[in-house]
Design a protein around this ligand. Structure first.
Ligand SMILES: Cc1cn(CCC(=O)O)c2ccccc12
Length: 161
């Protein structure tokens, strides 16, 4: 069985992430979406909230599991028998950021990184931009699924009073 891990902050997850995940799930026997636990960076949503949002969106994909991890990604891979990391690429700058980590991971334990290019319609979508637009009342329903949009509205624009 060939397993892969799709790691990220997913704060929040977007339709761009989901597109990469769906395509990865068609390539591997199992894909684990691994939400990064970063104690140094408090996100808008907790790791549990991000994980729940991802679980809801992937409930009907039998070979996708959601987990969280902290520390070295290659250690998570070794502990779970995973030999491939999946990363989505939107732009050249994504590649510039991901390339050194891909080389380091292969150098450390032989884990390979598989890059999937984002669909053009998501090439400009980032979690931070989605949060920024949502916080200013913009319509982000083209970039996230409904429960993420609802969570953003509730968290960023609570009803007055
Ligand atoms: C939202 C988003 C972020 N990135 C970069 C890194 C990450 O996956 O968080 C993407 C790559 C492909 C498709 C969408 C995305």
């Amino acid at each position: 069985m060939t397993s892969a891990v799709y790691p990220g902050s997913f704060d929040p997850p977007t339709l761009g992430h989901l597109d990469v995940l769906e395509r990865a799930a068609a390539l591997f026997d199992q894909v684990t979406v691994a939400v990064l636990v970063n104690p140094d960076k408090r996100g808008l949503f907790s790791v549990e909230e991000r994980s729940d949002l991802l679980r809801e969106a992937t409930a009907n994909w039998p070979n996708v599991v959601v987990d969280s991890f902290s520390g070295l990604l290659v250690d998570y891979c070794s502990a779970h028998g995973i030999r491939a990391v999946v990363k989505g690429l939107r732009t050249v700058s994504d590649y510039d950021y991901e390339q050194p980590m891909a080389h380091m991971n292969r150098s450390l334990t032989g884990v390979e990184t598989v890059f999937l290019t984002a669909r053009p319609e998501f090439s400009f979508v980032s979690s931070s931009l989605v949060k920024q637009v949502a916080g200013l009342g913009g319509d982000i329903t083209a970039y996230v699924w409904p429960s993420v949009a609802q969570a953003l509205t509730t968290r960023l624009r609570p009803p007055a009073g």
